[in-house]
Design a protein around this ligand. Structure first.
Ligand code: FAD
Length: 399
């Protein structure tokens, strides 16, 4: 039987009595980072774990649910699982079966829907050419702009495919997404999107590309289904940290919030998701269509492509980038990395708390990277736990 996630109100009524002995770990956040660590600590190491999330659900940003029409949607935007790590894939396979899925994205440019990442078909259809793979390499070389040292997101693209493709596919999209020109952003942002000289139109090239067969939330439920794991939702950890005994905290929320923004706020880019259901079986040809140059939204994703669900209706999500709102993307600029380094110093000086995950380490991580980071953190914690003495264990509830 699946253990029902606990609501904040359950605290008054029952399980807390049996928990007065305290928890070995207080885990803040029930996303990938928090859930992987909870699972390992409880199932593998026999620790007692309390997982707290201020949202009304588990899964963090990867949470999925059925909408009013009965279509499985991702409320926090489309999440496509892909990894080159066999360890990560094998680990998650303990909690879910998979449905093979290769994501495809088209970009709406000059009145056409063209494959992105840019490949030989993108170039041929945009310019009305008939180049071979070899010729397109020559084409890129002829239009590429020499850049002495690639530093910014603009440098990455113009040095590979020239200014016209940069302007049509990257400049507008990046300006919308980040509210900054690519010339003001680290190279890492656009370096994530490769350029291809073949006809491969898959968005990702990873070895493992698949979606959890019954969705992410079912997978998280299976991870957290253990008698040593208690889950408390709708609860900020600050509300309970001083009166539920715990020995070590694993924190997966924003690192600047943990330290009360003492050096100022770390800049994040946010998104507003506008969900729609349409009375038609299919809305668009592929999982995601990007709109680099038109409209206020960056892209539209249609979930049935991604989940494989069959349904007479279909649900889509529009993404509108925002300066304010939930923290989604750390803004990769040197001054922000510098500000993060100040918080990272304080992290080093907070021995009773381990910081894991995308927000706690102020890094753009994909889901598989967060799983890998959490598994590595577990190994480190185990090493530390072996050395733990009865004395340090008595520091209940302190930071
Ligand atoms: C729009 C979008 C699309 C994405 N698409 C993909 C994709 O296609 N493929 C991919 O691999 N990755 C994708 N990602 C990245 C993916 O979402 C993350 O890698 C992953 O969710 C990070 O897991 P996490 O546990 O570190 O953080 P989160 O999932 O953010 O979990 C942190 C949790 O901590 C909780 N929390 C924070 N503060 C507190 C507090 N004070 N008290 C209690 N709880 C707290 C939050 O409520 C949250 O649930 C995408 C991200 C976004 C924003």
């Amino acid at each position: 039987m699946m253990q029902a996630p606990l609501e904040a109100n359950d605290m008054q009524t029952g399980w807390l009595d049996s928990a007065t002995a305290g928890f070995d770990y207080l885990i803040v956040g029930a996303g990938f980072a928090g859930s992987v660590l909870a699972e390992r600590l409880a199932r593998d190491a026999g620790k007692r774990v309390l997982v707290v999330d201020r949202r009304p659900h588990i899964g963090g940003n990867a949470y999925d649910r059925y909408d009013d029409a009965g279509v499985l949607i991702h409320p926090y935007g489309p999440h496509i699982f892909h990894t080159n790590s066999r360890d990560v894939f094998d680990y998650l396979s303990r909690f879910t079966a998979w449905r093979p899925y290769q994501h495809r994205v088209l970009a709406s440019v000059d009145g056409q829907l063209l494959p992105i990442p840019i490949n030989v078909d993108t170039v041929n259809r945009l310019y009305g050419l008939n180049l071979t793979a070899f010729q397109v390499e020559e084409f890129f070389a002829s239009v590429a702009e020499p850049v002495e040292k690639v530093k910014t997101s603009e440098d990455v693209v113009v040095s590979k495919v020239g200014r016209d493709l940069y302007n049509k596919f990257f400049r507008g999209y990046t300006r919308k997404q980040w509210g900054l020109d690519p010339s003001e952003l680290d190279a890492s942002v656009t370096a994530r999107v490769p350029t291809r000289t073949n006809r491969d139109d898959r968005y990702f090239a990873d070895t493992y590309q698949a979606m959890p067969m019954h969705g992410y939330t079912r997978m998280f439920e299976a991870m957290l289904d253990h008698p040593n794991i208690k889950v408390m939702l709708n609860t900020d950890y600050r509300e309970i940290q001083d009166f539920i005994p715990w020995q070590h905290m694993i924190y997966t929320g924003p690192v600047d919030a943990f330290f009360d923004y003492r050096y100022g706020k770390l800049p994040y880019r946010s998104l507003e998701f506008v969900h729609e259901t349409h009375a038609t079986e299919q809305f668009q040809a592929v999982g995601t269509v990007n709109y680099p140059n038109d409209y206020a939204y960056t892209r539209i994703s249609e979930f049935k492509h991604i989940t494989g669900q069959t349904h007479a209706q279909t649900s889509v999500v529009y993404e509108y980038p925002r300066a304010e709102g939930d923290p989604y993307y750390p803004v990769p600029r040197p001054e922000n990395a510098e500000l993060y380094r100040r918080y990272a110093q304080d992290v080093q000086n907070t021995p009773n708390v381990t910081f894991v995950g995308r927000l706690a380490t102020y890094r753009y991580y994909n889901m598989d990277q967060v799983v890998a980071q959490a598994l590595a953190t577990y190994q480190k914690l185990l090493g530390g736990a072996a050395a733990e003495t009865a004395d340090t264990r008595s520091e209940v509830g302190s930071r």
